[in-house]
Design a protein. Structure first.
Length: 66
């Protein structure tokens, strides 16, 4: 089965579609809810900017929404 969340999705898109993803983002200390960049920044861009492994983040997000 294909992943529901990909690293090309924006943070806003992920949070809007999968509200349970917020807990995973908090686990990674990503304050995406109040961030203006969340609407345009992809998961990969945000992860890279914060020194986070994008693949691990996406894996954890998909585990939370499956």
């Amino acid at each position: 089965m294909a992943d529901k969340i990909t690293k090309d999705m924006t943070f806003f898109e992920v949070m809007r579609t999968y509200p349970e993803s917020v807990k995973v983002l908090q686990k990674y200390n990503l304050g995406c809810i109040g961030c203006m960049g969340a609407q345009n920044e992809s998961l990969e861009q945000g992860a890279n900017a914060h020194g986070i492994d994008a693949e691990a983040l996406v894996k954890d997000l998909n585990a939370a929404v499956s």
